[in-house]
Write a protein that binds this ligand. Structure first.
Ligand SMILES: C[S@@+](CC[C@H](N)C(=O)[O-])C[C@H]1O[C@@H](n2cnc3c(N)ncnc32)[C@H](O)[C@@H]1O
Length: 228
């Protein structure tokens, strides 16, 4: 039987540095991070080695866990516990985290899974938790680049439930989980890192409240901008 090979995503190699710049600022006072959809495990190794004060908990669907395990075994970092099997559409472990991170997952999951992700985060995050999400987003209902429009078309060919999400719609879900936008950072290759902080002692808002509170943002900020 062939031995499993360590998965490698060139995009993780390219985007780890820019994402780390954002996490250094926002995760400086955090202790336990839940990563959702860890993929290969490369981000976890890159961030856990540079941010040793964090315990970085990887997670993903069952089929990704062996590959993540290979990266973690090779890295041998004390702040990288074994990966958790976690499907955002199923019940989560009861542990609470003071931070969560996810990269390139919202456009892969169906919209109903994205909604479930935020519902579950509302339970899994501590009262003052920080959430950082990396990936492409649309603003004001528009793609921010030709390459993002092409990527969205390619995703939808693979599966009609996939697609680049609207910044405003994701923001409304975050608000409904009691999260307030702190920063929206431009990243290379027309991606963003969005950072929220839980502001209301875990009190969740209805999605309608949250939508009404979400300000329209017709264009993405060109660098990092504070949330309103
Ligand atoms: C495009 S990959 C991104 C992987 C990694 N975060 C990265 O940036 O390279 C999307 C990841 O989302 C995971 N995923 C998809 N649906 C999921 C779900 N319902 N629950 C948890 N993870 C899911 C996939 O298994 C995959 O690892």
């Amino acid at each position: 039987m062939a031995l499993p090979t360590k998965p490698f995503a060139p995009s993780c190699d390219r985007n780890s540095g820019p994402i780390l710049g954002v996490l250094r600022r926002h995760f400086a006072d955090r202790r336990t991070v839940l990563e959702i959809g860890s993929g290969t495990g490369q981000h976890a190794v890159a961030f856990a080695s540079e941010l040793p004060h964090l315990t970085w908990q990887t997670s993903d669907l069952a089929e990704s866990l062996p590959g993540i395990g290979l990266w973690l075994e090779e890295a041998r970092l004390p702040n990288l516990p074994p990966p958790l099997e976690l499907d955002v559409s199923r019940p989560w472990p009861a542990t609470r985290y003071d931070a969560a991170f996810s990269a390139n997952t919202l456009h892969i999951m169906s919209w109903s899974a994205v909604q479930q992700l935020f519902e579950r985060l509302a339970e899994a995050l501590a009262d003052d938790a920080t959430l950082a999400i990396y990936g492409p987003f649309n603003y004001g209902g528009r793609f921010t680049s030709r390459s993002n429009a092409d990527f969205d078309a390619w995703l939808k060919e693979r599966s009609p439930v996939m697609g680049i999400r609207d910044f405003e719609a994701v923001g409304a879900l975050a608000r409904s989980a009691g999260l307030q936008l702190l920063e929206d950072c431009a990243m290379p290759a027309n991606n963003r890192t969005l950072v929220w902080r839980r502001a209301e002692s875990g009190r969740t808002r209805t999605l309608r409240d949250a939508r009404e509170a979400e300000p329209p943002r017709p264009d993405p900020p060109s660098a990092c901008s504070a949330g309103s």
